[in-house]
Design a binder for this molecule. Sequence first.
Ligand SMILES: Cc1cc2nc3c(=O)[nH]c(=O)nc-3n(C[C@H](O)[C@H](O)[C@H](O)COP(=O)(O)OP(=O)(O)OC[C@H]3O[C@@H](n4cnc5c(N)ncnc54)[C@H](O)[C@@H]3O)c2cc1C
Length: 238
Amino acid sequence: MAGVVFRSDMKVEMVRCAAQDADVVWSARVSTAGDRSLDDLGRDPKEATGLIRYLLLNRHGTPFEHNSFTFFVNAPIFVFREFQRHRTLSFNEWSGRYAQLDPEFYMPAPDRPLVQVGKTGHYEFVPGSDEQYETVRDATEVSCRVAYEQYERMLSAGVAREVARGVLPVATYSSMFVTMNARSIMHFLSLRTKDLDSKFPSYPQYEIELVARQIEAFFAEAMPITHAAFEEGGRVAP
Ligand SMILES: Cc1cc2nc3c(=O)[nH]c(=O)nc-3n(C[C@H](O)[C@H](O)[C@H](O)COP(=O)(O)OP(=O)(O)OC[C@H]3O[C@@H](n4cnc5c(N)ncnc54)[C@H](O)[C@@H]3O)c2cc1C
């Protein structure tokens, strides 16, 4: 059997970024300046802080769509299940029909909160005991190893990949490209990051938040004025 790898990290790399604060300004100005809005193309976007804040705080969302971020994401399948619920994003993912998936599995890190306390809608996650962590580690290791062994067994017997993959767990790492714009990123961040100071706090799963925080760092670097206005507005997407 190929060497089984257990990891706790989420990889996010920015493949392409065609996005700047100026894109918001230029696309918004066409509504008042018409063909003269092209004259604005060379202007310093920093002058536009007020306009961006106005658009964002008043939920004029479409000017935030004229830009594009493409990310490569490598994360467990259960994170992709959550990610791919966001219908305004574009995805292409590694195919378990056309390729043999690698024996790479997610193992929660020792500091990942393990225990849910409270009732549905009003719960939090707190650290587990050493014994609970041992149980998680052991159960994850045993089941992933057995699953991959049986996957390879079927492949060796000539069974199609699309059939054999049925035994792989959602902890298996997959890879995808995802393309988002600033508006869809803000919506994603509002739901997939936890910030108790935001206007509508969300309680996302720990692992997708690890991905979302990396996406947020790229977004904040490319569009600092928009990101600051998003924060100021209580992390509500326009
Ligand atoms: C903490 C948390 C817990 C969750 N728990 C569950 C769960 O238990 N079960 C479950 O199934 N899902 C769950 N989800 C997923 C959730 O229901 C959404 O599918 C996901 O958050 C995407 O949100 P969205 O539909 O707003 O976003 P997107 O799909 O990105 O859409 C963006 C926006 O476009 C508009 N839009 C998109 N499609 C339509 C449409 N067809 N009709 C009208 N407007 C549309 C809406 O305004 C929407 O907000 C959970 C999500 C979070 C963050």
